[in-house]
Design a protein around this ligand. Sequence first.
Ligand code: PRP
Ligand code: URA
Length: 212
Amino acid sequence: MSLPHSIHVVTHPLVQHKLTKMRDKETSSANFRRLLREIGLLLGYDATRDLPLVRTQIETPVAPMDAPLLDGKKLVIVPILRAGLGLAEGLLDLVPLARMGHVGLYRDPRTLQAVEYYFKMPQDITDRDVIVCDPMLATAHSAIAAVDRMKEVGAKRIKFICILAAEHGARAFAEVHPDVPVFTAAVDAKLNDHGYIVPGLGDAGDRLFGTK
Ligand code: PRP
Ligand code: URA
């Protein structure tokens, strides 16, 4: 399957192993939550490779040195509620000083369109790198709506992290937002009539929070 250039599949064995455990319907909510957090950290590691650095003068216990530090204003992590919260935990482990924004969206079960119910961002979003995260990119309606809103408020450098995309959704997202790189652990071939990814992992929010 050849995918658009903006879609990056992270094939690291630890990521693949953890995703398989998450797909397994026997995996408990507690383990699902832990695995989502761990995958979030690993995908975030890949997605933050190009963050800019600045040199700064420090003193080690042995000698002065000119050493690299992250440059610019703090990164903003933006989970799409609800399930994005679980992925954001891992990203926060990676970048503890990051700011957080929240986008509340749910899929209308009949139309599969994304309905917004909450939106709150830190200040100076135009000057910050932004990572929008949601475990699932199915039809991509939610991801597209969230990134549309981020662009509306002025965000310029945006990345999207999910753990699982449907091929259809990945293509749809890349067509609307070709400037937003997507990092995912896998791309599944199908969506069913209810907009669920097949084979997928089921409803990420329900599995994360133990709801039905
Ligand atoms: C799920 C998931 C994504 C969305 C993906 O959320 O967490 O946000 O569906 O589907 P899409 O690509 O077709 O838009 P859901 O709407 O079930 O809300 P929840 O996280 O509150 O359970
Ligand atoms: N949302 C989910 O949680 N799972 C899917 O398979 C599709 C959308």
